[in-house]
Design a protein around this ligand. Structure first.
Ligand code: ADP
Length: 478
C-alpha cells in the first residue's frame, strides 16, 4: 500500500521534473520514504485526465457507480491492516485510532455507495398549462480535493466517495506530511476497477499545486479541509473561475460542563474530545468551561485522568497519545502554553515538550485561563486543555460564541430543556450533548462562520457535488 509515485490517468508516474521530497515518521524523526514533488505541469496532466474521464463516468448508470464504490469499500476492508499501519507510520496516531480511521474511510465509501442510487431530481407543479417542469441532478464536473494530515485517509474518503457517487471525477492532493495514505487511494481505486482518470492523486507543495488547480477553468469545484488561513486563500482564488466551494476549516470548540452534569461521563467526554489524535482534530475541545459548583471536582478528576494517559509511539501497545505531526506543531503548542503562563494561567500537569526522539508534547491541563489568552482565542491543535469557570447559562453562551470559528460544541447537562436551548444557542455546525465524539458517516459534518461552508457525510454530503438543473418542457398541449 506504500506507493512512491503519483497516480494519474490510471498509471503510476514520477513528477515531471523528477523531484521528490522526504516523508518522516513523527514518532522517530526517521525518513520513511520519498514522494513526488509535483509541478504545475503534473497538475495540468491530472486535470486533463480527470476531464477526459468525466463524460463517460457521468454517463454510467447510478447502479454502476454504486457498484464501483462497493468494490472500493471491499478493497479498503481487504487492506485495512496495512492502511492503518501506514497512517500510524506517517501521522503518528495510536494504531487503534488509525484502525478506527480506516474503518471510517470504509464507512463513508459504503454510505455513498448506498446514496449513489438515491440521487434524484423532482417534478414541479407547473406554472403553465401544456408545460412540464422538472429538475435534474447532475455532477458538477472535475473536483479538486486538498486534504490535511490529521486524518490522512478518512478526509479523502469524505470527498472522493460523494464525488464519485454524484458522477464527478477527482484530483486529490494530500498533505505533504502524510502523502502515503493519500497515494494509497490510487491503489485502492485501481484495484476496485475505477476507470483511468476518474481518481488522480498527486503529491507536492500546497501553494504550487493549489494555485494550478484553482486557476484552471476545467476544475469546477474545490473541496478543502485545512486551516482557515489557507481556506481564505482558496476562496479568494476561486473567484477568477467561479468554482463551487466546500470548506472544512479550523474550529475552536467550547466544551461546557454544567453543575448538573454526570461528572464521570463529562470527564471521559472531555478526555476523548480533547486528546483524540493528540488534540489534532478540528472538532477537538479547545475551551473547557466548567460551572462554578462542579469546577473543582471536575478539575481534580480531569487532571488525574490526563496524568493516566499513556504516551508513546503509535505502534506501542496501549498507547493513547502519539507524537504531534512535526517540530513546528510542537513549537506552536509550546507558545500557547507560554502565553497562558505569562498571563496568569496555572499548569496543573504537563506543560512542555518531551526530551526524547520524535515530536512529543506532554498532555497538559491549564487552569485560571481567561478568554483573551492565545489558547482560548485560537485553535490549539495539540494536547493542551485550558479550563475556565463560568456562572450562568447566558454567560457561557455569550463566551462560547465570541470567537470567529464555529465548527463543534459540546454540552454536558442532565437538564433536557437546557440541552435543547444550548443546542440551538451555540453558533456551530455540530453539537455533542453528553457525548465527546460524534462524527459519523450518516450525519452532516461542517461548520458556520469562519469554520467554513458545505457539509460532509449524511444525505447533505453528496449535495455539494451536484448541480440542480431546471428543465421546462413546453408544447405538450393543453
Ligand atoms: P496545516 O496548517 O494544518 O498543515 P494547511 O491548511 O496549511 O493546514 O494544509 C492543509 C492542506 O492545504 C495541505 O494539503 C497543504 O499542502 C495545502 N495547502 C497549503 N497551502 C496551500 C495553498 N496556498 N493553496 C492550496 N493548498 C495549500
Amino acid at each position: 500500500m506504500k506507493h512512491h509515485l503519483n497516480y494519474i490517468a490510471g498509471t503510476w508516474v514520477p513528477a515531471s521534473q523528477g523531484g521528490c521530497t522526504p516523508v518522516t515518521n513523527p514518532a522517530t524523526g526517521e525518513v520513511i520514504g520519498h514522494v513526488p514533488d509535483s509541478t504545475v505541469d503534473d497538475a495540468h496532466r491530472a486535470i486533463t485526465a480527470a476531464r477526459a474521464a468525466f463524460g463517460p463516468f457521468r454517463d454510467l448508470l447510478a447502479l454502476e457507480r454504486a457498484d464501483l464504490l462497493w468494490a472500493l469499500h471491499g478493497q479498503i476492508q481487504r487492506h485495512a491492516k496495512d492502511l492503518a499501519a501506514l497512517v500510524t507510520e506517517e501521522q503518528g496516531k495510536p494504531l487503534d485510532e488509525a484502525k478506527a480511521e480506516i474503518g471510517m474511510s470504509a464507512a463513508y465509501v459504503r454510505w455513498y455507495a448506498e446514496e449513489a442510487r438515491r440521487i434524484a431530481g423532482e417534478g414541479i407543479a407547473s406554472a403553465w398549462r401544456g408545460r412540464h417542469l422538472m429538475t435534474l441532478r447532475q455532477p458538477v464536473g472535475v473536483v479538486a480535493a486538498i486534504t490535511p494530515w490529521n486524518f490522512p485517509s478518512s478526509m479523502l474518503a469524505r470527498k472522493i466517495a460523494p464525488a464519485l457517487a454524484a458522477g464527478c471525477t477527482v484530483i486529490a492532493k494530500p498533505a505533504p506530511q502524510t502523502p502515503f495514505s493519500g497515494l494509497a487511494w490510487g491503489a485502492l481505486c485501481d484495484a476496485a476497477g475505477l476507470p483511468p482518470g476518474v481518481v488522480n492523486i498527486l503529491t507536492g507543495d500546497g501553494a504550487t499545486l493549489g494555485g494550478a488547480l484553482m486557476a484552471h477553468e476545467d476544475v469546477r469545484k474545490i473541496t478543502f479541509t485545512g486551516s482557515t488561513a489557507v481556506g481564505k486563500i482558496l476562496i479568494a482564488q476561486s473567484a477568477a473561475t467561479v468554482k463551487k466551494l466546500s470548506m472544512e476549516l479550523g474550529g475552536n470548540a467550547p466544551f461546557i460542563v454544567f453543575d448538573d452534569a454526570d461528572l464521570e461521563s463529562a470527564v471521559a467526554g472531555a478526555i476523548a474530545a480533547k486528546f483524540r489524535n493528540a488534540g489534532q482534530t478540528c472538532v477537538c475541545a479547545n475551551r473547557i468551561y466548567v460551572q462554578d459548583g462542579i469546577h473543582d471536582a471536575f478539575l481534580s478528576r480531569f487532571v488525574a485522568a490526563v496524568q493516566a494517559l499513556r504516551l508513546g509511539p503509535g505502534t506501542a501497545p496501549g498507547v493513547e497519545i502519539g507524537p504531534l505531526i512535526d517540530r513546528a506543531a510542537v513549537e506552536k503548542v509550546a507558545a500557547c502554553v507560554q502565553d497562558a503562563r505569562a498571563h496568569g494561567a496555572t499548569v496543573l500537569t504537563g506543560g512542555a515538550a518531551l526530551d526524547r526522539p520524535g515530536h512529543f508534547f506532554a498532555p497538559t491541563v491549564l487552569s485560571d485561563v481567561t478568554d483573551t489568552m492565545l489558547c482560548a482565542r485560537h485553535e490549539i491543535f495539540g494536547p493542551v486543555a485550558p479550563v475556565m469557570r463560568f456562572a450562568t447559562e447566558a454567560e457561557v453562551v455569550a463566551r462560547a460564541n465570541d470567537v470567529r470559528a464555529g465548527l463543534a460544541g459540546y454540552v454536558y447537562t442532565r437538564d433536557l430543556g437546557r440541552a435543547f436551548r444550548m443546542s440551538q444557542a451555540l453558533d456551530c455546525g455540530i453539537v455533542g450533548v453528553n457525548e465527546g465524539v460524534v462524527t459519523t458517516e450518516v450525519a452532516p459534518f461542517g461548520g458556520v462562520k469562519e469554520s467554513g461552508s458545505g457539509r460532509e457525510g449524511g444525505r447533505e454530503g453528496v449535495e455539494d457535488y451536484l448541480e440542480t438543473k431546471y428543465v421546462c418542457i413546453g408544447g405538450l398541449g393543453a
